[in-house]
Write a protein that binds this ligand. Structure first.
Ligand SMILES: [Zn+2]
Length: 314
């Protein structure tokens, strides 16, 4: 449905441009198609269920404090109300899909779901390679803010509960990655808010929130090419971490005190990981399988020693 509608919008937009050029106007078949597309667009949004319609109405009365994300006048006057309906529909669809899959919905689910954000970009952002998430969203700020208002309205109308989630980036610095260009705390908080299904019990909701706030694992690479050079200090080593400018050695990223524990002993791995306040997953690229494969973990030496001792004294 979402794709169908945006295709129509594109075609209509293209044809509207073409209307000014005499070459395209002469094509009667094209012209009649434009008319029929207009009719589809002007038809009332029968596909919206009550919840989505409520969402649209609620969104209309939403107040935006930040000038950066406030809807611009072009949107309010230049685009007619009918164009909002497809976006509400797309937002509701993306939200419902995420809710069905995981019992909660995040702003990222919506932006990825409606096709404005690429999940690869989300991963790069999480690894600290993109300054703020909005930089990677392929839509202008007023549309992003419109989608976010529709999302909140959808969630409120559906009785979902708001749960502010801690986001931690996938770098040794463990910083909170920024979502918005402005960095406005209220907008950051609204991006971080996950909306949780009302059907979950309090206990399940807590567990879900805890899991969502957990920092993503750091990934360290065992390079196939051993002639790499650290972009920070010019040194090299057996392991590296990828950063935006290039590979970095473990000393420069502050992980050189960790000890390598090869995969194979699942119990030892689990215990050492649980005791270690910091850990990183070690991967190596498999040329035959064409993907990175887990080789083991880097953990704090003390936690590895403790885990080994625990295993020997049952
Ligand atoms: Zn270095």
């Amino acid at each position: 449905m979402a794709r169908h509608f945006s295709a129509i919008q594109n075609k209509t937009a293209n044809s509207a441009d073409a209307g000014r050029s005499s070459a395209r106007v002469s094509d009667d078949r094209d012209f009649s198609r434009v008319r029929s597309l207009r009719i589809i667009l002007e038809r009332p949004a029968r596909r919206l269920d009550d919840r989505s319609r409520n969402a649209v109405q609620l969104a209309g009365s939403w107040h935006v404090a930040d000038p950066c994300t406030a809807p611009n006048s072009e949107f309010d006057h230049g685009m007619s109300r009918k164009n909002r309906v497809p976006l509400a529909d797309r937002v509701a669809k993306a939200a419902e899909a995420a809710l069905a899959a995981r019992h909660f919905v995040s702003a990222i689910d919506i932006l990825v779901g409606i096709g404005w954000l690429d999940s690869g970009a989300v991963e790069r952002w999480r690894r600290g390679q993109i300054d703020c998430l909005e930089e990677a969203i392929q839509t202008d700020p007023s549309r992003i803010s419109e989608a976010m208002r529709l999302f909140r309205a959808w969630a409120t109308a559906g009785g979902l509960s708001a749960s502010e989630t801690v986001y931690v980036d996938r770098t040794p610095r463990r910083q909170t990655p920024r979502f918005s260009r402005s960095g406005n705390p209220a907008i950051e908080a609204s991006y971080r808010t996950h909306w949780v299904s009302p059907e979950l019990s309090e206990k399940k909701r807590e567990r879900l929130a805890e899991r969502a706030s957990r920092a993503p694992e750091l990934v360290v690479v065992q390079p196939l090419n051993t002639e790499w050079i650290c972009h920070r200090c010019g040194d090299t080593g057996d392991l590296l971490m990828m950063e935006t400018p290039g590979p970095a050695c473990l000393r420069c990223v502050g992980l050189d005190d960790l000890e390598y524990l090869p995969a194979g002993d699942a119990l030892l791995t689990r215990r050492a990981k649980a005791k270690s306040t910091r850990h990183a997953v070690v991967v190596r690229f498999s040329r035959t399988r064409r993907r990175y494969e887990r080789q083991g973990l880097l953990v704090e030496p003390q936690s590895l020693a403790d885990a080994q001792r625990d295993r020997e004294t049952p």
